[in-house]
Write a protein that binds this ligand. Structure first.
Ligand code: A3P
Ligand SMILES: N[C@@H](Cc1ccc(Oc2ccc(OS(=O)(=O)O)c(I)c2)c(I)c1)C(=O)O
Length: 366
């Protein structure tokens, strides 16, 4: 089905993509037969992933068709939702910013474990590892829900669906939660309750590449533009959850002051059993060798790519278009070498040196 490029409106106004006609003329909207969704590049999906549902306006028009002017105004409002907004200089989703008070007032509990990552650092991977450890390697228990719903995402908000905070509040303890927030934006109660934090860092170059392909396929995010353009966007930190450098430095700097297990994607890749053992000990669990081996196997990239509970295949194509780039894309270390030019690499290395100056963090890949 043809789709208007992100961030632009077709000249005739928004379109009902289900029926490929102008929204204001489309019968399904005017007769109130269907709960319909404003067109543009939103595809009237009826099976939206819960997390994204409220991005999209829904209505049942029983009255006269929308005028071109009204439909343009609605489309503009929707487009505004796609833009990131800032909290203390960090770009976040608009709906997260609207819900900021609730997020900041979240009441953590002392036995909470918070999975923390910069986007595209292996969040899904560590979530699956943690879930398998929590459930003693029981694959069926880990199939109870898609991974997005297993560990509440504390800054996620899509009213009127329950927010990440509301989901966490409804969850029995001990809770496992997740966030992409940098340290300075974390709800203070996590520090006050001396919670456990599990941070996974991934080298900046592979993160950039992974985020670029994710923005290409995620229809709810601004189009990343060309690779050259995205290179600048990423370096300047104008992406969701802000600058990679500040995020990683921030968590690294405080790791010895709190209960933080700081892991590297590259280490998990190189020796998964060893790193999974560290996670197990941090969680206060003791699993025997055979269970550990099973967890290594079940959380391999190859297995997870085929697992519908983690590979995002349940998310509609109108949101995550995996024909553009799969969510489980490559899962390797060093894919940046297939993207960076020699000049980009030299420039990146110099910027990296400046931004990371004074930090003792060391990545095996960089
Ligand atoms: N089991 C696994 N092993 C290695 N990488 C994995 C993995 N599961 C997911 N990933 C990778 O983690 C990245 C997604 O991170 P997140 O879950 O934080 O969004 C993707 O990287 P690539 O785009 O480089 O393939 C994805 O392929
Ligand atoms: N600005 C909007 C829309 C919006 C929608 C999606 C979105 O992207 C992401 C959501 C979740 C993510 O984390 S993860 O679940 O994949 O780990 C990521 I990375 C990107 C964003 I940013 C914004 C709104 O406010 O509604």
């Amino acid at each position: 089905m043809p789709r208007a490029p992100r961030g632009t409106l077709p000249p005739e106004g928004p379109t009902c993509l289900r029926h490929s006609s102008n929204l204001s003329l489309c019968n399904c909207h005017t007769q109130g037969m269907l709960p319909c969704f404003l067109g543009m590049y939103f595809m009237c999906p009826l099976t939206l992933d819960q997390n994204f549902g409220l991005l999209i306006f829904s209505w049942n028009l029983k009255g006269p068709p929308l005028s071109l002017q009204d439909s343009m105004a609605l489309a503009t409002a929707l487009e505004a939702q796609l833009q990131l907004r800032e909290v203390a200089g960090i770009p976040l989703q608009a709906s997260t910013v609207d819900n900021w008070n609730q997020i900041q007032n979240f009441e953590a509990k002392p036995d909470d474990l918070l999975i923390c990552t910069y986007p595209k650092s292996g969040t899904t991977w560590i979530q699956e590892i943690v879930d398998m450890i929590e459930h003693n390697g029981d694959v069926e228990k880990c199939q109870r829900a898609i991974i997005q719903h297993r560990h509440p995402f504390i800054e996620w908000a899509r009213p009127p669906q329950p927010s990440g905070v509301e989901k966490a509040n409804a969850m029995p303890s001990p809770r496992i939660l997740r966030t992409h927030l940098p340290t300075q934006l974390l709800p203070p109660s996590f520090w006050e309750n001396n919670c456990k934090f599990l941070y996974v860092a991934r080298n900046a170059k592979d993160c950039m590449v992974s985020y670029y392909h994710f923005q290409r396929m995620n229809q709810m995010l601004p189009d990343p533009g060309t690779w050259e353009e995205y290179f600048e966007t990423f370096i300047s930190g104008k992406v969701g959850w802000g600058s990679w450098y500040d995020h990683v430095k921030g968590w690294w700097e405080i790791k010895d002051r709190y209960q933080i297990l700081f892991l590297f994607y590259e280490d998990i890749k190189q020796d998964p059993k060893h790193e999974i053992q560290k996670v197990m000990q941090f969680m206060g669990k003791n699993l025997d060798e055979t269970v550990l081996d099973k967890i290594v196997q079940e959380t391999s990239f190859e297995k997870m790519k085929e697992n519908p509970m983690v590979n995002r295949s349940t998310v509609p194509k109108s949101i995550l278009d995996q024909s553009i780039s799969p969510f489980m894309r490559k899962g390797t270390v060093g894919d940046w070498k297939n993207h960076f030019t020699v000049a980009q690499n030299e420039r990146f290395n110099e910027i990296y040196r400046q931004k990371m100056e004074g930090s003792s963090i060391h990545f095996t890949e960089l």
